[in-house]
Design a binder for this molecule. Structure first.
Ligand SMILES: [Zn+2]
Length: 375
């Protein structure tokens, strides 16, 4: 999932091919309309019949060109980045809805039902297939099998510009929550066009939106909105919440700036639960500590996945040529038990994905993970 040069080149190739097919479909439609405009008089039976045949062929070409556009996008969802992202969130059981392109930052149409259910694949395709929509995420319930909810944390643009981010990070460190914060920011977060900070994570319980920090409105702010005595600096979006999310482009915001994705991919969202916050995964054979829960991420594969081991010497890596492909096998460094494999497509900060066999690991809750040397 790391955006190295080759994946970027790939995405550009996909987008270019999609644009070519869309242009071809537009040309086919134009040909069809031109022919319709030049239809001869019905009295000239022969000319009329010949022209009608041309028109039918042109109509057929329009259908074919449209089908080619849809088929290509079905195979390459990232050709329309908003659609690719919506598909990825849907695979993770997270609900997204389309957003109006009028600066209102509101969903298109009625969206209340999506607080209760996920969109279908067909709905997503219908919303986004010609790229005519931004992307919004519905926070709160998900369709995950473990029933976890998704919550969004927002540091308003004014909080960032007024230096509240530094105060906030100091408070996190004092409260012993710095590691949790690092896990959250290793997952997906984005920056809004006005400079706000939005981070997302899974958690067990989620209430409605909660205001976490406010200040009194300045005299200038009161001129604009006299009724609001306070301005929010930090808040969360929980049950039934909604927010616009990257990769929504700049045309959807009054500033003309886009929502910019940061951190890891959606697959790397942290799970913040009492158990996941602190704990160590050990070798089921010999009990050696192998991975700390703070390096665990949701890979979407169903396998426990980590971006780094507890320490450089906790696991040993071996080249594995079985099944005619080259993989790197991971074994317990102490007892040589097979644990799984490591792939170079993990999230930040290491870019590694230690994809482990769940039955090879034991979980020891409560043990505060030690600081581990970075790789
Ligand atoms: Zn072992």
């Amino acid at each position: 999932m790391t955006a190295d040069a080759s994946t970027l080149a790939d995405v550009t190739g996909i987008a270019a091919e999609y644009a070519r097919l869309v242009a071809e479909a537009a040309r086919a439609t134009k040909r069809q309309q031109d022919l319709q405009a030049k239809r001869p008089d019905r009295g000239d039976t022969e000319a009329y019949a010949a022209h009608k045949e041309l028109e039918n062929a042109a109509t057929e070409a329009v259908y074919e060109a449209d089908d080619a556009v849809d088929a290509y996008l079905g195979e390459h969802p990232d050709a329309v980045p908003v659609y690719g992202a919506a598909r990825r969130w849907l695979d993770l059981g997270v609900c997204t809805v389309p957003v109006k392109n009028d600066g209102s930052k509101r969903p298109i149409g009625e969206w209340k039902e999506y607080q209760e259910r996920l969109p279908t694949s067909d709905e997503l395709f219908g919303w986004h297939h010609r790229g005519g929509s931004g992307l919004g995420i519905v926070t709160g319930r998900t369709g995950r099998e473990d029933g976890l909810a998704i919550e969004m944390f927002e540091l308003e643009a004014r909080a960032v510009s007024e230096g509240i981010l530094d105060k906030f990070t100091d408070a996190l460190k004092e409260a012993g929550l710095w590691e949790v914060w690092l896990r959250i920011t290793a997952g997906f977060w984005d920056v809004s066009p006005s400079g706000g900070f939005h981070a997302y994570w899974y958690c067990e319980d989620v209430t409605g939106n909660v205001k976490l920090a406010q200040r009194e409105a300045t005299p200038e702010e009161l001129v604009i909105k006299p009724g609001d005595k306070y301005r929010t600096l930090i808040e969360t979006r929980g049950r039934g919440g909604f927010t616009v999310i990257a990769p929504t482009p700049g045309s959807y915001h009054e500033t003309g700036r886009a929502w910019e994705a940061q951190g890891g991919p959606p697959e790397a969202l942290a799970i913040i639960t009492a158990e996941q916050r602190e704990g160590i995964f050990t070798c089921v054979c010999c009990g050696a500590p192998l991975f700390a829960s703070d390096s665990k991420f949701e890979s979407g594969t169903g396998w426990p996945s980590f971006y780094k081991p507890m320490s450089d010497d906790a696991v040993a890596e071996h080249e594995d040529r079985s099944f005619l492909m080259r993989r790197t096998e991971v074994r317990c460094a102490r007892c040589d038990a097979h644990l799984g494999h490591v792939f170079p497509d993990g999230p930040k900060p290491t870019g590694q994905r230690y994809c482990m066999n769940g039955v090879a690991l034991d979980f020891k809750p409560g043990g505060k993970p030690k600081e581990t040397p970075s790789r």
